[in-house]
Design a protein around this ligand. Structure first.
Ligand code: HEC
Ligand SMILES: [Cu+2]
Length: 310
């Protein structure tokens, strides 16, 4: 039995119904065919050594019946399935639109007001959401297992997906097309919130009863959210890039032979144009540019975070 996701989305519930209907139909056919098979084996088995083989001729009537009935059943399955599928592929006119970008190995979400989020997609409950999706590199696939919907995310071509959540909560986002080394880590979270929390989120307000975050704390969240964490540690160990521990105010040496003291401007440049200065010893690891993804406000939060790691 698939996990019970009824009540989370209407389409998801209907997809499960189609699937269960097919499974029961197959179970019925399997049992019915085997029952007849076993019955015939016993009923018509050879009873003595010189018993002649039965002389059976074709029956047009029986052949017509066993051709027609399955044909009708298969046509019913077709219309039942395509009915659900076409609703699944037809986003309602008034859907709320979010642009989804896939890259090795993370998701980002651009909202109509220009706000860009990574990893976590927040959406309001009871609202159809349409995702306009494209990949920056290889083939990915956006999958909401609880909603039973998925769609490939392809470079240089837009694809779409829509869903409507009927229940608030947190749901998985998976990449479900093998896309390279860290494919299995290409996870996201879909957070479905009620109208009040949605309005608060849109205005960027903290949850009631929670103090607003300090720039350092926001910087730390960004470091996790944008995957900096995967390449930059905070404890001095080198992962794929230099650790952030104690770098602020330290002298940095570059492949070009130049050097400078790490300050706000250098950090900003490293995030927007990582190729401008390559840290000595890191020629074969590429850092992607976060131009257009991290905003100026975010950059100053990241700087505050790096400064705090002395
Ligand atoms: C795929 C791995 C990777 C990711 C993800 C990544 N970086 Fe980097 N980063 C590097 C590498 C490698 C270098 C060193 C080479 C260079 O200078 O471009 C570097 C250099 C830097 C430097 C200069 C560090 C120094 O000691 O001089 C800063 C600052 C930086 N990254 C910030 C970030 C931030 C902020 C993020 C997340 C928004 C991030 N990086 C995401 C790999 C990564
Ligand atoms: Cu992927």
């Amino acid at each position: 039995m698939p996990i019970d996701v009824s009540g989370i989305s209407e389409i998801g519930t209907r997809v499960d119904q189609v699937q269960m209907a097919l499974i029961w139909l197959m179970a019925f056919c399997f049992i019915a065919c085997n029952a007849v098979l076993i019955y015939f084996m016993l009923r018509y088995r050879r009873k003595s050594a010189n018993q002649p083989t039965a002389d059976l001729r074709g029956s047009h009537f029986i052949e017509t019946v066993w051709t027609l009935i399955p044909t009708i059943v298969v046509i019913i399955i077709f219309f039942y399935g395509i009915n659900v599928w076409s609703d699944m592929r037809t986003p309602p006119e008034d859907s709320y639109q979010i642009n989804v970008k896939a890259r090795q190995w993370s998701w980002s979400f651009e909202y109509p007001d220009g706000r860009v989020e990574a990893t976590e997609m927040v959406v309001p409950v009871d609202t159809p959401i349409k995702l306009n999706m494209v990949s920056e590199d290889v083939l990915h696939s956006f999958f909401l297992p609880h909603f039973r919907v998925k769609e490939d995310v392809v470079p240089s071509q837009y694809t779409y997906l829509w869903f409507e959540a009927k229940k608030t909560g947190d749901y998985h986002i998976f990449c479900t097309e093998y896309c390279g080394k860290d494919h299995s880590a290409m996870l996201g979270n879909l957070k479905v919130v009620d109208e009040e929390a949605w309005q608060r989120w849109l205005r960027n307000e903290p949850e009631p009863g929670q103090a607003p975050l300090s720039p350092e704390q926001r910087g730390e969240k960004l470091w996790e959210k944008w995957g900096c964490k995967g390449c930059h540690s905070t404890d001095g160990s080198v992962v794929l890039g230099p650790s952030f521990k104690g770098i602020y105010g330290k002298e940095e040496h570059f492949e070009s032979g130049e050097s400078l003291v790490i300050d706000d401007n250098y950090i900003r440049e490293s995030i927007y144009s990582p190729q401008a200065k390559i840290v000595k010893g890191f020629t074969n690891q590429l850092m992607p540019s976060f131009q257009g993804q991290l905003k100026e406000d975010d950059i100053s939060d990241v700087i505050a975070f790096i400064k705090s790691l002395q």
